[in-house]
Design a protein around this ligand. Structure first.
Ligand SMILES: Cc1cc2nc3c(=O)[nH]c(=O)nc-3n(C[C@H](O)[C@H](O)[C@H](O)COP(=O)(O)O)c2cc1C
Length: 437
């Protein structure tokens, strides 16, 4: 099996808060289908298995800089992927779905519909939604507790899977002569009653072409990893720099899958990777300097405040930053832990912490260096592939496909092209049998 590549869009202009300001960025096109079509076709040219559209359900306006400086608009992923299914041929199409602010019946229908319209290319990234801002848009004063969110996510997935199995694959007869459209004996009513959902079913659409659209996840906390081990078919991990750390994380996910009685090979581990590519290392570093220079200081501090859930802006930039992180946040716990590890030694100023956080998500180098970095992790059994979060769009994805993909191919770790028709086939995942089979 070849290394798996996925291409994601979190912010429409690229991974960084300031990517939209870079040369070549086209912010005025962020709501145009053509912008995403071009991105998808470039990724398809590179043989990417997955196009993943990330999502959040709010405008980040907790701090003024979020309004003034951040890309705070995005298209609704299912609508976009439905349109993209008609202008792409082979790439898998995955959307982020919040299990906290959706109902499973809706999502089962939407994903099944996307799977039919795309002829077996749908996928979903299960997220529990971390921000209070999202809660405020859905009738709550604050987000659900972390543990409750993950329990709800597990039940949500179970209900969606059950709904997809409503009809056996051969349930529809379409027999004009006899007048039988469907065979009632091949219909299953879910009758689910759980902690969060009561869903009778059945679903009003046939079992999807892939049986079940592919389940992605990115939860990194203990609860997030437990859910992934039980249910995910691919996880996006936060790219960690050292091979050893990546290998430990990889083995952890695989062991969790095995402990759930699953084949570990059916849970693909895809570290998220944001390359900054240059003709020389110096050129790539200058590009990163440029990204940083385009980020207002106030914005990056607000970003830090958001994740820590307290305002850091009154802390002097050049004094040691040692926040009390003993109480776990109800937001993204893994980011808080990451910040905790960074400030742990107590020897960094706020400016240094801030800078390190902005920079550490990027891999800076020449195409050769980036290909080596990826190859090393793939060969060490620390990654089944990578989810590329380009530092700039469209420049970053074009550079990656034109310059890094040939290097990966040359190293024999990446075969490019598509081995199958469906998203599952291209990820090396089997079709799950119906629970009634
Ligand atoms: C590559 C990647 C993509 C993600 N995409 C989204 C997304 O689209 N929407 C979202 O709310 N969270 C997204 N997240 C955040 C995760 O779903 C999750 O909330 C986060 O890793 C924290 O999980 P934890 O609470 O288990 O620590 C993403 C994370 C990663 C690493």
């Amino acid at each position: 099996m070849s290394m798996i590549l996925g291409a994601m869009i979190f912010y429409p202009g690229g991974e960084h808060l300031a990517s939209w300001r870079l040369p070549g960025a086209r912010p005025e096109r962020y709501l145009d289908l053509g912008y995403y079509r071009d991105f998808a076709r470039t990724a398809e040219r590179g043989g990417f298995a997955t196009l993943f559209i990330a999502d959040e359900l709010y405008v980040w306006d907790r701090f003024a800089s979020g309004i003034d400086h951040v890309v705070n608009i995005r298209t609704e992923p299912f609508t976009l992927l439905g349109a993209l299914s008609q202008v792409t041929e082979r790439i898998g199409l995955a959307a982020t779905v919040s299990t906290t602010y959706n109902e499973p019946y809706h999502i089962a229908r939407k994903l099944a519909s996307l799977d039919f319209l795309s002829e077996g290319r749908a996928g979903w990234n299960v997220v529990t939604s971390a921000s209070d801002e999202e809660a405020w848009n859905f009738g709550r004063d604050a987000n659900l507790d972390h543990a409750v969110r993950y329990r709800r996510a597990a039940e949500f997935i179970d209900v969606v899977n059950g709904l997809w199995d409503s009809w056996d694959d051969d349930a529809f007869r379409y027999d004009k002569e006899s007048g039988y459209f469907a065979d009632a004996a091949k219909l299953h009513t879910l009758d689910h009653r759980g902690e969060f959902f009561t869903v009778r079913g059945p679903l009003n659409i046939a079992r999807p072409p892939q049986g079940r659209p592919v389940i992605f996840q990115a939860g990194a906390s203990e609860a997030g990893r437990a859910l992934a081990g039980a249910t995910a078919e691919a996880v996006f991990t936060m790219g960690t720099n050292a091979v050893r750390g990546a290998k430990i994380l990889y083995d952890d996910y695989k062991a969790r899958a095995a402990a759930n009685g699953r084949n570990p090979d059916h849970l693909k581990v895809l570290p998220a990777l944001s390359p900054v590519i240059g003709g020389t290392l110096r050129e790539a570093e200058e590009y990163l300097d440029e990204i940083e220079a385009l980020t207002p200081e106030r914005l990056s501090l607000d970003w830090l405040s958001h994740y820590l859930q307290f305002d850091v802006s009154s802390h002097p930039m050049d004094e040691t930053f040692q926040p009390d992180l003993s109480v776990p946040t109800n937001q993204v716990r893994s980011v808080q832990e990451q910040i905790g590890r960074l400030v742990g030694s107590g020897s960094y100023t706020l400016r240094e912490v801030n800078r390190a956080l902005l920079r550490r998500r990027f891999l800076v180098g020449t195409p050769d260096m980036i290909a080596d970095w990826m190859t090393e992790r793939y060969r060490a059994g620390a990654a089944d592939g990578f989810m590329l979060a380009f530092s700039s769009i469209p420049v970053g994805v074009e550079a990656f496909v034109d310059l890094v993909v040939p290097e990966l191919t040359k190293r024999g770790v990446y075969h490019g092209g598509y081995r199958g028709r469906t998203h599952r086939e291209n990820l090396g995942l089997p079709v799950p049998p119906s629970r009634y089979a």
